[in-house]
Each structure stands twice: as structure tokens, then as C-alpha cells.
Design a protein. Structure first.
Length: 273
């Protein structure tokens, strides 16, 4: 008399058991717990039958041969899903915290800003020379380190500039120039990069009195001055639709262009909360 491979019960002479690919028998009770379509098309072993039975009898058999059960797999998948959801929740919270900090920093900067202007005469002085020095000495990553393909993928239709001097300047000094033959009230701007000084231009004439007053207030400890700057212009790359591609979904093509350099200065009073 045959014995069911899965449950171990004896199979009667007049029963019609399922014969596996290895010749073992599975009783009608065990077979009844499996979808007939699966049984006819996909199942060829007692292990597969027990897996799709998805009950304690099938699980006991699978455990006895060291095979993961469907319920265990479901639990594992549920645990992985819970872990992924928890990861996403934590990432969302961290993103929100970063965004809130950024907004707070922006709002504080807006409150603290006391003056801003664009440096005058940069095309006639040493701004371009300073940029060239920074480039030759590899003080920055050209195009923020992006390759052409990365510009296409991450910054399409946006101008990505070659030069970024943020964080590289160690000092910005405002130096009165009373012997200036054009303007005795002129104030030149000298910046320090890599221990080298560059005269990049002047405070615009209409702003010199205000800037000098701010510098005097700083000297008198009336304010706690912080200066921010940013370089504008220069060589840039932009990923735009290829004009020679007339398909419905034109590919992007990298174009290179150049603008004149500029230099902006913002002045803040750190004492303002």
C-alpha cells in the first residue's frame, strides 16, 4: 500500500493518487488543496505540491526537507515591504527636515541681508585672470563634475557653467582709492584666492558711501558682517533638442556658449536674528 509523500497517510487501493516526477505518490486530500491548473501545468514534485497547498500539512512537509514555505515567503516579503516603507518614511522625514532647515536659513538670510550689488568694471580688471588661475590649478570641478551625458540626464535645458568659485575665496576687501583719477571716492575690491590677491573691480559709484558706512559700522563693532559672493557668466553647456533631429522625440544635443563674467556681492549682519 502506497503512502502519501506529503502527509504520510496511507493511500487506499481504490484511490487515485498523483504521481510526482520522481515516482512518489501524493494523496487525494493533499492534491485537493492545490489549484487544478497549477497541478496540471506547473507542479511535478511533492515539494511544489506542498508549497502551493499553503497549509500546516504542506508547511510541515516543507520544513522537514528544509524548504521555505509560502507563508514564510509571504512573511518575508511583508517584512521587506515594511522595512522599505519604514526606510521611505525616514527618508521623507529627513528630506522634510533638510527642507525646513533650508527654508529657515533662507528666511534668516533675507532678514540679515543689509546690502547687495554687482561689482563694476570686472571685464577690465583681474576677474578673468583669477578664474584662469583657479582653472589651471584645478581648484574647482568644471561643470560641477557633470559629464555631457549627465547634463542631458539631470539638467536638460539648463545652463551648466564651467566655473564655480563658491567657498574658494578666503577674503574680500574693500579698499578706498582716493588717488583714482576718475573718482576720488572710488572703492576697489580685492579678493584673495589661494593666497593670491586679485583686483576684480570697483564698488559701483552710487553705492560707495553706503558700503564705506557698512565697513565703518563693522569696524566699530556695530554689526557683525558676513559677505557672500557668486561668480556669474563664463563658459557653459546646455542640453537642448537637436535641431537636426525631426523625429517625434528628438534627442538632446549639448551646445556650448559663453557669457561675460560678473561678480555679485551680498552683505549680511549676523547680529540680526
Amino acid at each position: 500500500m502506497a503512502v502519501c509523500e506529503i502527509c504520510g497517510n496511507k493511500i487506499g487501493f481504490f484511490s487515485k493518487p498523483f504521481t510526482t516526477d520522481k515516482g512518489t505518490k501524493v494523496c487525494k486530500d493533499c492534491i485537493s488543496n492545490v489549484d487544478s491548473v497549477l497541478l496540471s501545468e506547473n507542479i511535478t514534485s511533492a515539494q511544489n505540491i506542498a508549497y502551493f497547498m499553503d497549509n500546516s500539512v504542506g508547511d510541515t512537509y516543507l520544513n522537514s526537507i528544509g524548504v521555505q514555505t509560502m507563508s514564510e515567503k509571504r512573511k518575508q516579503e511583508e517584512d521587506l515591504q515594511k522595512a522599505e516603507l519604514e526606510k521611505q518614511r525616514i527618508e521623507k522625514e529627513e528630506d522634510e527636515k533638510r527642507l525646513n532647515k533650508f527654508k529657515e536659513a533662507q528666511e534668516k538670510a533675507e532678514r540679515q541681508e543689509i546690502y547687495h550689488f554687482k561689482v563694476h568694471g570686472t571685464t577690465h580688471h583681474e576677474l578673468s585672470k583669477m578664474v584662469t588661475y583657479a582653472r589651471k590649478n584645478k581648484l574647482f570641478d568644471p561643470y560641477d563634475g557633470y559629464t555631457a551625458s549627465e547634463i542631458k540626464e539631470y539638467s536638460p535645458y539648463e545652463e551648466v557653467y564651467e566655473t564655480d568659485l563658491v567657498g574658494l575665496l578666503s577674503a574680500i576687501n574693500f579698499v578706498p582709492e582716493p588717488d583714482n583719477k576718475y573718482d576720488s571716492n572710488a572703492v576697489k575690491i580685492i579678493v584673495t584666492l589661494d593666497n593670491n590677491k586679485f583686483m576684480i573691480g570697483y564698488v559701483p559709484a552710487k553705492y560707495t558711501n553706503d558700503v564705506l558706512e557698512i565697513m565703518q559700522r563693522q569696524k566699530n563693532s556695530e554689526i557683525s558682517l558676513r559677505i557672500e559672493y557668486n561668480l556669474t557668466g563664463g563658459k557653459y553647456k546646455i542640453a537642448e533638442d537637436d535641431e537636426d533631429d525631426f523625429s517625434d522625440d528628438p534627442k538632446l544635443k549639448i551646445h556650448t556658449a559663453k557669457q561675460e563674467y560678473g561678480f555679485n556681492i551680498r552683505m549680511f549682519d549676523k547680529n540680526i536674528e
